[in-house]
Design a protein around this ligand. Sequence first.
Ligand code: TRP
Length: 477
Amino acid sequence: MLLIFWRLFGHKNARLQPGGHVVEKRRETWSKSWLFVLAAAGSAVGLGNIWKFPYLAGENGGAAFTLVYLGWVVLVGLPLLIAEMIVGKASRLDPVGAYRKLSGGSKFWPWAGRLGVLTGFMILSFYSVVAGWSMAYVFKALAGEFNGFTTSAQAALAFDKFASSPVWPVIWHTSFMLFTITIVSRGVKGGLEQCNKILMPALFIILLGLVARALTLPLASEGVAFLWQPDFSKLNAEVVLIALGQACFTLSVGMGVMITYGSYLDFGAPLVRDSALIALTDTAVALLAGLAIFPAVFATGGEVAAGPQLIFVTLPVVFNHMVLGSVIGFFFFLFLTIAALTSAISLLEVPVTYLVDQKDISRPKAAIGVGLLIYLIGIPCAWSFGPLKAYALGGRTVFDWLDYLSSNLCLPLGGLLVAIFVGWRCLPLARFWFLASVWPEPRRAPTWLWLVWWLPVALLVPLAIIVILVAKLFGIG
Ligand code: TRP
């Protein structure tokens, strides 16, 4: 481990200081357009797709929920994705600097960026704990620890024992943060690109393999029907709101990840096409994850509506019932860990880019400093399932609070701000960048083309988010 660290940081520093001093600070850029798309897709595809989407769809009417969710992805998620990328590309700065620059030095707007930086801290600290569980399960699967699990009750017991331990979840959380910090400290070309180039294809191959295995199980069709049979009677206001929240979280919009990633573009990237590609990839992974999980759960008589537990409690039983279950289980949790890692990188990248751009701190220093702080906040999150379980404030543990506040307050607020910013505050600029990405001569583009994006981003998104926020605040959602 030490050797790896030495190599990574030694190498980076040597490159940073040719001849012993830094002549001019130049902003790194993506080396290829598709590597940017891959990284953004890597950010979008994460824990949200793999356990949250199938579970939510299962609980809220299957295909009916899926349809509403797809509608929100197109009407809210995609316009916000484009909006964030435009802010990043037009400013070529971190979210705080981007808002300041594009608003012409306003005092208010940089706070939208600061909110994003703070949200990154909050999300990553609990995200890393769950990712750590997933990492632990990679090894548990391989070690054959699922052998002999015939009921989910047994698996639940084993999960509780693991998650409530004061030591193991923290150790895995530590390892996961070390990986994340190492990659981010290496920068865009040396870290983010290299990592996504290897991990994203690996993720797709593993996912396709799992779907193929799941669909050939007995009773697979019941699982497919469960996920796809529309039950419109389950649709209500709350379900529509849940679907909206999920559409934003899963696309990583609302805290400036896409501003940050967009800021590393230096060529005329077709932002609209790229955003569509990212949204499509993200949705495909969510749907495929559902196809991999539910047939398997049905085939082994598992509990479908188990929520966050689904993966850690139901699936080990599923794997125990399968031929080559340890191997499949190993791949599944590897897949989950990879997906979480490429998302975690994007979460850490936001505060790190902020420190590098605004405070002139070197990238490795920023990554280690921020990473360490997030790591420390993560410890009480990891203990929320064990030593600190009894110390809940208002019925929520530290883990629950960070999850609740970030997903239900900070992200929607961040989305609302970016929508108002591009839709109203910086309208001419945003209009230019949007049209430049879809039309050869932006100034001669037809008006309807612009409206296709402006109407959702300036009117529908703020309206939808204000409704969701008010509903949440008053406890309706
Ligand atoms: N989209 C990721 C997932 O589905 C999580 C994530 C990464 C995220 N970066 C984000 C969510 C930024 C909101 C904002 O798991």
